[in-house]
Design a protein around this ligand. Structure first.
Ligand SMILES: NC(=O)c1ccc[n+]([C@@H]2O[C@H](COP(=O)([O-])OP(=O)(O)OC[C@H]3O[C@@H](n4cnc5c(N)ncnc54)[C@H](OP(=O)(O)O)[C@@H]3O)[C@@H](O)[C@H]2O)c1
Length: 259
């Protein structure tokens, strides 16, 4: 059983708590300066406190799920020791910047909100990465260790990515509603289609082009829809969205470095 602390229990911190608490195999202490953020997760953890340093005091792994503007002073105030591992989720804040304000081993991750359901995609980097930490992250999804220089790209891909996928599901849902389905039917069918397609990709090494071909029966329906995508700027637009998010992550890194 690991002693885990989550500092900052907003969207990301509470998703990590919900995911990690499902197994009952860790002692989780939650700290947030806002008591309202602690209330929804109080029943899932051993301890909640508005004193973040107290929540972090006995933890082997301290997740700092804090916004980039506050993470450095907030981590400094935790007073962590060299036997602890700090795991920061803050977009654009480097391991060097974190190491400058703490004695703890430092790890930077780019997680996403699917932690809540054990389906998080996480990019991990930093000198404090250990097999124990990777095992902890894999309890709530998949962890991929990357060079730190690629973390801005991971921020765009798997950090921001859920919003991009929600956008696409909404577009499919709206299109189906235009053609007669009610909202509930359209939402469920569109969403399960995403989930099923993702499962297929996860369970095969087959190229994506080949998977597309397997649905595109010649003379059938899919090929007509795919022609519209291929004649559009959709692929370029997706690339531009990822690049815009990646650039913003790099800007946040510069802003954090200026402070
Ligand atoms: N949301 C996502 O999908 C996502 C995905 C990947 C990575 N991230 C990263 O995760 C970090 C957190 O994002 P978020 O969306 O969870 O933000 P959020 O919802 O604003 O949560 C942050 C929480 O931390 C609290 N807080 C502020 N200062 C604190 C301090 N000194 N000590 C303890 N708690 C403090 C905030 O309270 P107040 O509201 O009172 O300030 C808030 O409850 C960001 O760096 C973001 O880049 C988020």
């Amino acid at each position: 059983m690991a002693n885990v602390s989550v500092i900052g229990c907003g969207h990301m911190g509470s998703a990590l708590i919900r995911g990690l608490s499902r197994s009952d195999s860790h002692r989780i202490a939650a700290g947030d300066v806002d008591p309202d953020a602690l209330e929804p997760i109080a029943g899932l953890v051993a301890e909640t406190t508005t004193d973040p340093a107290a929540a972090a005091a006995n933890a082997e792994f301290v997740f700092a799920a804090l916004t980039p503007e506050v993470v450095l002073p907030a981590v400094a105030d935790l007073g962590l020791g060299a036997d602890q591992t700090l795991v920061s989720t803050a977009a654009g804040v480097s391991t060097d910047q974190l190491a400058a304000v703490t004695d703890a081993r430092v790890v930077r991750i780019m997680p996403n909100l699917a932690a809540e359901w054990g389906e998080m995609a996480t990019a991990v980097t930093g000198p404090g990465v250990s097999p124990e930490l990777l095992a902890l992250l894999e309890e709530v999804g998949v962890a991929v260790e990357l060079e730190e220089s690629l973390m801005d790209t991971a921020t765009a891909l798997n950090g921001s990515g859920p919003a991009f996928v929600f956008y696409f599901i909404r577009a499919l849902q709206e299109a189906a509603m235009e053609c007669g389905l009610d909202r509930r039917e359209a939402r469920l069918l569109a969403t399960q289609t995403f989930k099923g397609a993702a499962e297929m990709v996860l369970h095969t090494d087959e190229e994506l082009d080949s998977l597309i071909d397997s649905v595109c029966t010649p003379g059938g329906t899919t090929i007509e829809g795919m022609r519209i995508f291929e004649d559009s700027a959709l692929e370029t637009t997706v690339g531009e969205a990822v690049e815009a998010a990646r650039e913003r992550s790099a800007e946040l890194a510069e802003e954090a470095g200026d402070e």
